[in-house]
Design a protein. Sequence first.
Lengths: 251, 451
Amino acid sequence: MLEVKNLHAKIGDKEILKGIDLVINDGETHAIMGPNGSGKSTLSAVLVGNPLYEVTEGEAYFNGKNLLEMKPEDRAHEGLFLSFQYPVEIPGVSMTNFMKAAINEKRKYQGLDPMNAAEFLKLQREKRKIVELDSKLANRSVNEGFSGGEKKRNEIFQMAMLEPKLSILDETDSGLDVDAMRIVAEGVNKLQTPETSCIVITHYDRLLEMIKPQFVHVLYKGRIVKTGGPELAKEIQEHGYDWIKEEIGEE
Amino acid sequence: MGSEQQYIELYEQVRQIIFDHASEAMNAVRDQAFEDFRKQGFPSKKVERYKYTDMQKLFAPDYGVNLSRLQIPVDPYEAFRCDVPNLSTSLYFVVNDMFYTQAQPKGHLPEGVIIGSLRDYPEFVSKYYAKQAKTSEDAVTALNTMLAQDGLLIYVPKNVKVDRAIQVINILKATPQNAQRQVPDLMVNRRVLIVLEEGAEIKMLFCDHAADDRNFLATQVIEAYVGDNASLDLYCMEETHHKNVRVSNVYIDQQANSRVNHNVITLHNGTTRNKLDLTFSGEGSECQCYGCVIADKEQHVDNNTLITHKVPHCTSNELYKYVLDDNATGAFAGRVLVEHGAQKTSSQMTNQNLTATKEARMYTQPMLEIYADDVKCAHGSTVGQLNDAALFYMRQRGISLQEAKLLLQNAFINEVIDKMQLEPLRDRLHYLVEKRFRGELNKCDGCRLCK
């Protein structure tokens, strides 16, 4: 699915990623944890092609294709999805028009005709159920006036609509109450298939208990410094990151 | 300086021809207009209200003027079928500056309503013509008044409501069909007089189009008298080409408890200058003035408004939005004048602009001048670029950069269009604006609104 080799990236003059190596196979779920400012969000931003970041070294392949050469929209068409940590409000653009544009551009990329209106509405209705999203939100502007929980559920709704191969959830659990977190986690689980993979970026093992990753990575100062199974998340929850910092020879 | 000279000489030479081909009532104010024009000349950019558009330059080229009122044969009904969905308008045409009298729509107008040529109604001309549009105060108005030979009269009697919207298509056409020789570029001087008696109601839609590929200079003066408790919707849409110059002066006088919606839409143009002078003469009136501009390449659009609150208890709202691409230039200068004693005035003026390139220029100047002490007035202006975060968010969902820009620009302009009262026009405009942003309205090949 995804193969990242020695990835370096900077924003402005500040180097943030200092050599990331990561392999994700079909059907796997990986969690990425790490202290604030370690580069988790930067990694996700670089993978989806945010123009604010500049890749200075390294490679990333997505199902055999060179990810770093692709435009952000083409990465999306290839099946890469990012659930944003801070979903952007777009006043004046309705959710429906937004989703219709997204779906039809993907279909165009795949050489398919645009989806007709009835089909689209049906699909939208089905997928909304997965995250228990109010149908009224469809007529509202994208994320405008949505509560924190609605914004995050809306991200998962979009994920359900677009059926990506690899989803990156960037702190989708932050700011969610327990019920909303359950809805989000269940939604993500429902969308999981043996052909799709997922990267979950989080600070808490609560979400991981529900989503159940096979691998947990710790990102620190722009490198993956430790990789383990789900038990690693529990240890971090109990003991913090200091013991890992010690392990790698830092105070 | 100097552009006025050719018009002064022209008038001196052809005064008699102009008089011969115009009605007596319009001729009555012509010499005075000429004197006023000669005194003023065209304003330089040092004149406050003409700061952003070089009038000297616009009027410098040598245009032909159709003084002998030769008919340029076109069949507008053939060329401009209207398909605004569900908008069945009563359709009228003005070819250049002449009211097109053949085959007018029949039977739709309520009794007493007049839509016709000024020359047929001298009593209205002598009562209302050139009263608001003072030739001593504006050189373009003076020029228009000294050259205009005919115009359009719209009259709605007391308590009559015209349900069906009146659509007037202004067609610019210099070349007669099967013309034998090259015709000159054309200057036209349009004139409109709107008189609404007490309690009258009408919705007007003016569409400007150019039907051939010549250089045009169109001056226009609209005077509207809105009586007590009357209601006027005045929409002006321009969709011409890059060789077109439009200089429009609109004057509106509102009596007590009257309502005015005025919308100016510039979809495609060359150089456009729209001036609006609106005066509240009677208490309890309100106006909504909206404008939207989409300009690219070398296009230039300048909207200049003055709203005068002479009396208490009136409400004015202004919202003008511009999207400027390439090397386009936009200007908005709005002034709200609250005169002494005009208490309880409520006024809001907003101008918001998007510049898509570093080369696009926007000049914005919202002004408030208040001489009363119990009023609520606000004004604001912004110039900005498309939101990068929103663009990236959309691209991550697979929407191409181009499409994402389009969605954002559309959303920006739609705020103005959504305020339009004429629903079918609104829907049609959504469609036209989108086409415009897609670059599919690159030139005016006939009336898109109506074809």
